[in-house]
Design a protein around this ligand. Structure first.
Ligand code: 28F
Length: 635
């Protein structure tokens, strides 16, 4: 008895540690951390499926703010553990519970290596676990960060097998507890692509929608999905192979007629957004296969230099998915988004070389088409380099740009790049107001005239010829494409400020597309923001109150009796209103743009550029992280 109490206290201390430093376990307590809880529970269900138990996983987003995940596996163990508690309780209350039970190669997918369930429990208002096992239905419940509210109950006989976890995140921990359905749907769909043959059903009770994802030919389906609406040169080509050291490599690729290269890599179902040894292995194996084929077939003569990797990969979309045994895994970098495992490079390189060589030899006319495309890319790059060098060396050109810039750009006085901000403002009139009201020490204003070039289908030389984009590139100071240098960035924040209408949304998407395709580092390093101008104002006497959406307007209408004014654009605010609502670092709201969901973004950029405005708006709402920026000090 005393023993049991003592160990219960220890457990709560263990879970309390998670509540004290949630960031150490789930990264953050914002929307990203919140969704991490879902991935943890989902990972456990996926692990069970990967181990060969159950091919159906259900997830529901419930109206009470909770999430349910259910699998058809063996059911978590419910027998008595040596500590005197049920194994089930141990899984949900002891950090790193995974290890104790571990026999060989459990835990194959990503996540926190088995600590998941207890971490979710620690950070939840309540958790309800149902286990269907031994023809019985068992249940265990917790509340307030892991306090047991019922002992393990046997609810009687049942016929199914599996585990079900329902949890509600604790609002005392998270800055937001609202789940983003599209974030969840996209993550689940991505897992479904990578896990051939496992079926995922999603019930979104909030928006009353159902999803059913199951792919037999996963990577091929993934490529088709990402390249939807692009003109393609061939069907996606896929291959898989496993090496002696247990590393399994799965690849799918497809050439399109676009000018960009897109590589999405995964290790044990987890995205490696910063690439690593498997991506380098892919690149060197692919380059070698193309060059050797080109030389053997007379496309490259003896005196010719090899094609460059960048030219070879123009218009290429690739998915690389590796299964790496636990003992070989090394992740690197601050966010552990880069694979370090050296063996992964050699294995991937040789598998890619062998299979791409086979592909080229088996599809000769297609191979010829691809090489013609590469030759064009080589010429275009040389032309672009010349144009760039001329632009750089010609005083006349530099002067022209300077002149355009000096006429448009209102610079910030401070040269402290850690504090300055560049506002890209829709229209000359809003630009004018912004110039009047800004904090001229730290805020620079660049008004944009009309629509920005759609860069989704533009080549480098198209961009060098475009005045508007050139002005932006020069204002930023970074260069673009292969020339991009983050260290040269002259501003800490690049803030897109447009009208809150569909045209404004379009300009946002066009600018984001340009940054995404030609300066992805700028977004990845968190320098891009979107300003949020208010939609309404209620003026009661001298007091002015602003609403940024319809919900806020309803609230304000209850509090204040005054005339409601709807702002159709930035231009309808006077300079002081614009400052107070949208630009003053102490009162404004900024949306930080992130690239968390790169595959979702890839598809949407390719699908939505130039198509209908409602979808575009949906893109912005779904893909931009609505993490509001913490207030920021200007001295
Ligand atoms: C809704 C989330 O968590 N499913 C799970 C199992 C099955 C077993 C298990 C889980 C062994 C190593 C602890 C059953 N029978 N879905 C889930 N299904 N955990 S979690 O075992 C506990 C782990 O560390 C299981 C025999 N062996 C394993």
């Amino acid at each position: 008895m005393t023993n049991y109490d003592a160990s219960s206290i220890k457990i709560l201390e263990g879970l309390e540690a998670v509540r004290v430093r949630p960031g150490m376990y789930i990264g953050s307590v914002d929307a990203r951390g919140l969704h991490h809880l879902v991935w943890e529970i989902l990972d456990n269900a996926i692990d069970e499926a990967l181990n060969g138990f159950g091919k159906l996983i259900k997830l529901s987003i419930n109206t009470d703010g909770s999430i349910t995940v259910e699998d058809e596996g063996r059911g978590m163990p419910v027998d008595l553990h040596e500590s005197g508690r049920s194994a089930l309780e141990v899984i949900f209350t002891v950090l790193h519970a995974g290890g104790k039970f571990q026999e060989g190669a459990y835990k194959t997918s990503g996540g926190l290596h088995g600590v998941g369930a207890s971490v979710v429990n620690a950070l939840s208002e309540w958790v309800e676990v149902d286990v269907f096992k031994n023809k019985h239905h068992y249940q265990l419940r917790f509340s307030d960060g892991g306090t047991k509210t019922s002992s393990l109950k046997d609810l009687g006989p049942c016929n199914k097998s599996g585990s079900k976890v329902r949890f509600k995140p604790d609002p005392q921990i998270f800055s937001t507890t609202t789940f983003n359905a599209s974030t969840i749907v996209e993550h689940v769909q991505e897992q479904a692509f990578l896990l051939e043959g496992v079926r995922f059903l999603i019930h979104d009770a909030i928006n009353q929608r159902e999803y059913d994802f199951c792919y037999e030919d996963g990577l091929k389906a993934f490529v088709n999905y990402l390249n939807t609406d692009k003109k393609v040169l061939h069907d996606p080509y896929t291959f898989s192979s496993k090496s002696d050291n247990g590393i399994e490599v799965n690849v799918a690729f497809q050439y399109t007629d676009s000018y960009t290269e897109s590589i999405f890599s995964f290790v044990n179902l987890v995205r490696t957004k910063d690439g690593g040894s498997h991506e380098s292995g892919f690149k060197s194996g692919f380059t070698k296969a193309i060059n050797e084929f080109a030389r053997a077939n007379g496309f490259l003569k003896e005196k010719d230099k090899n094609f460059e990797g960048n030219d070879i990969r123009e218009g290429l979309l690739v998915i690389i998915s590796l299964a790496v045994p636990e003992n070989l895994i090394q992740f690197e970098g601050q966010t552990k988004g880069k694979l370090g495992t050296p063996e992964a490079e050699t294995v991937t390189r040789s598998i890619v070389f062998e299979n791409v060589t086979y592909f080229l030899n088996e599809n000769r006319s297609l191979a010829q088409e691809i090489i013609t495309k590469i030759q064009k890319a080589t010429l275009a790059r040389e032309a672009a380099r010349k144009a760039r060098e001329e632009a750089r060396n010609s005083k006349k050109n530099a002067k022209a740009i300077e002149k355009i810039l000096s006429g448009k750009l209102a610079v910030a006085q401070s040269k402290d790049h850690r504090k300055t901000e560049l506002f890209l403002v829709e229209g000359d009139s809003a630009g004018g107001s912004a110039k009047q009201c800004r904090d001229s020490k730290y805020q620079a204003i660049l008004p944009l005239r009309g629509k920005v070039l759609n860069t989704e289908r533009a080549s480098l030389s198209d961009i060098y010829k475009n005045e508007e984009l050139n002005t932006i590139i020069h204002a930023l100071g970074t260069g673009m494409g292969q020339d991009f240098t983050l260290d040269d960035l002259k501003y800490d924040k690049v803030i897109i400020m447009t009208d809150a209408d569909t045209d404004g949304a379009h300009i946002q998407v066009l600018l984001l597309t340009f940054f995404y395709r030609f300066m992805p580092e700028l977004i990845k390093t968190g320098h891009v923001y979107i300003a949020m101008p208010p939609l309404y104002m209620i003026a009661q006497g001298k007091e002015k109150h602003y609403a940024y959406d319809d919900e806020q307007l309803t609230l304000l209408k209850g509090q204040f009796k005054g005339e409601v004014k709807r702002f159709k654009g930035l231009g309808e605010m006077n300079a002081s209103e614009l400052w107070q609502t949208t630009m003053d670092p102490n009162t404004r709201t900024l949306i930080a743009v992130s690239l968390d969901d790169a595959t979702a973004c890839e598809r949407k950029v390719s699908v939505l550029m130039g198509s209908n405005a409602d979808l575009r708006r949906a893109w912005i709402e779904d893909n931009i992280d609505f993490t509001l920026e913490e207030s920021y000090e200007v001295k």
